[in-house]
Design a protein around this ligand. Structure first.
Ligand SMILES: *[C@@H]1O[C@H](CO)[C@@H](O)[C@H](O)[C@H]1NC(C)=O
Length: 444
């Protein structure tokens, strides 16, 4: 440090003038000053920090007070984008004249008039917009009044439980209760698929007994279900591979191909009769943010039996690299590839249900459903409490739940619904009420 710098140091620096003694003292002091001067440099720095830190915090606070920051950072390997996303493949011809299965009525499903609109045309991220849009779809008239259809002629609903994942218990039973409380049991049938025998499970045996025409359990035989598809005989079907992907993502496409109908993930609670949606073939939106490479989700989907959409999906699966373990290669990524191929082939694509229809948890803190396992006390619940009648019966949350079709719980099988919380009051209690009223009504 320069002498000037030294002189400018604030404390103890005024040299005593006068006697040699004092001078020498001064000299010795100046030595000590030199030492202390190196110590004082960080002190100045600290003084500066004392001003700068609060000032910066104040500026940041001011910016956050005035502005709402929206930041999402994701890293996608360029090589993967180049290989998997960019190329739009060619359709395999499943929509060609003469190649559509006779069990698929193309003039009805592809070109027929529709009563309801499921595409809003924009993201509906603000406030209650998505819920209000869901409410524009009217409920069916005369639910549960028949005619009682034979099981095979009913709308087929499919779900899947892996016996090796967890025992089928009360928490899983809520999905069944939600199904029978919200869907028309005279015209619907739920097929509970599994990778092992579930018929001895006491809960499931009860439902099989109670609803002989609208509930059935089946064990998945993948090679058999794949007969007649592009995946027939493929080594990709090897079921001894216990990875998640050969399961859920593949099973849902195969069972819908064979039986037609709706796929519902087991970790869902249905809130409304799905039948008004079923004039459309659809998957759902991943979340309200429309992730560019992952916009689609298959937790709830509907296709007709032998749908050419699924035929094309099987072709993509059969001709692409094998799916990576625990990836969405046969899920979200497959639907995106298919959707883009359809556009490329000038075929009207399948529909995409808005996020809130089945997964209203996948949006912003201030308009998504409260955490189902937090009861009424969570941070999202606070926003709903600020609305009309909060989380009470007849309130805004109740009305939102009555507009959407399902609540996706994203597994979390280890958790239970808090007693007296919103899920308990607005959904579970009502399922029980509805089902007890129906008791004694034969499932003919
Ligand atoms: C296909 O659907 C249309 C419209 O609903 C119907 O008029 C026609 O009879 C159906 N065709 C077949 C082969 O079932």
């Amino acid at each position: 440090m320069s002498r000037a710098g030294y002189e400018r140091l604030p404390m103890h620096t005024v040299p005593e003038s006068g006697s040699p003694r004092s001078r020498s003292r001064s000299r010795s002091r100046s030595h000590s000053h030199r030492l202390s001067s190196t110590c004082l440099r960080p002190r100045t720095f600290i003084t500066l920090l004392k001003i700068a830190v609060p000032l910066t915090l104040l500026v940041i606070f001011g910016i956050f007070y005035l502005y709402e920051p929206h930041v999402e950072i994701a890293f996608y390997p360029r090589e993967w984008i180049h290989r998997e996303i960019d190329p739009v493949g060619r359709l395999a011809g499943c929509f060609d004249e003469g190649r559509i299965s006779p069990s698929y009525n193309a003039s009805k499903y592809l070109e027929g008039p529709k009563k309801t609109e499921v595409h809003a045309g924009m993201g509906m991220r603000l406030g209650m917009d998505c819920y209000e849009f869901a409410a524009t779809i009217p409920p069916p008239k005369n639910m549960d009044s028949g005619p009682y259809l034979p099981p095979d002629e009913r709308t087929q609903y499919h779900t899947y439980w892996r016996v090796d994942l967890a025992p089928f218990s009360e928490r899983q039973e809520w999905m069944l209760k939600s199904f029978f409380a919200t869907q028309d049991h005279t015209t619907s049938r739920l097929i509970m698929w599994s990778n092992g025998d579930l018929s001895t499970n006491p809960i499931l045996a009860l439902y099989a007994n109670m609803y002989p025409n609208s509930f059935v359990m089946r064990v998945v035989d993948t090679p058999d279900l794949a007969t007649g598809t592009a995946l027939e005989g493929s080594s990709l079907l090897k079921t001894d591979d216990k990875k998640a992907w050969t399961d859920g993502d593949l099973v849902r496409l195969l069972v819908i191909w064979n039986y037609g109908g709706v796929w519902i993930d087991m970790d869902s609670l249905l809130t409304r009769d799905l039948s008004p949606l079923l004039e459309h073939e659809f998957v759902t939106q991943w979340d309200c943010y429309d992730k560019i490479y992952q916009p689609l989700n298959g937790a709830l989907m509907h296709f007709q039996k032998h749908s050419p959409y699924l035929c094309e999906a099987f072709h993509i699966m059969a001709t692409s690299a094998p799916p990576r373990a625990d990836s969405t290669d046969w899920g979200a990524l497959l639907y995106l590839k298919l959707w883009r191929r359809l556009l490329g082939g000038h075929i009207p694509p399948f529909k995409i249900l808005p996020f809130c229809f089945s997964d209203a948890r996948s949006c912003r803190l201030d308009n998504r459903l409260p955490d189902p396992f937090d009861g009424d006390g969570g941070k999202e619940a606070r926003w709903w409490r600020s609305k009309k009648d909060g989380l009470q019966e007849g309130g805004e949350l109740d009305s939102a739940l009555g507009s959407v079709f399902a609540v996706h719980l994203h597994n979390q099988w280890e958790k239970t619904f808090p007693k007296g919380g919103w899920v308990d009051r607005l959904l579970l209690n009502r399922y029980e009420e509805k089902l007890s009223k129906r008791e004694g009504v034969d499932d003919l």
